[in-house]
Design a protein around this ligand. Sequence first.
Ligand code: SF4
Length: 163
Amino acid sequence: MKVTLKEDLIFSCYLSTIRRGNRVVVFHRLHPEFLNFSIKEWEEIKRFKNNINKGILKELLEKKLIINNRNIDRQELKLFEDSLNYDLNTLYLVLTRDCNLQCKYCMFSCLEKSEQDKQLMSELIAKQGINLWRKLVKKFDPKQQYNIILYGGEPLLNTVVLK
Ligand code: SF4
């Protein structure tokens, strides 16, 4: 069965493709499960106005490769970050989510920046974060190595805290 894509559907900014011969592999960069199309099929899907097979549309929607609002990309990023295994040996200080570049592979660069993303972490918050972390790791092995990672976005945008 064929359906027509509604106008409010858009491609996820995390959608990536790899061309292999006359096939196109399509995947979501935050949870790669590969879908395989012929070039012709993929070109039709990309045009977005032609009819599309209902089963294919369902799969693209389920994999969040086609979405109906940009917040879904943000939610996917949050799910991805929450799924990472952090341990107390390392403190990540996110000095800002902002960045002056737009690397293609970056999981932050394709999202529209909110005012919150553009904020720089203050010196006070950085110090409070480090002090809290020090209290938490005190209970652990003092001989172990502990790390602070200055993370972003682009941490170099926040020179005040970097210094
Ligand atoms: S945060 Fe890093 S990877 Fe992402 S766009 Fe900026 S420089 Fe590139």
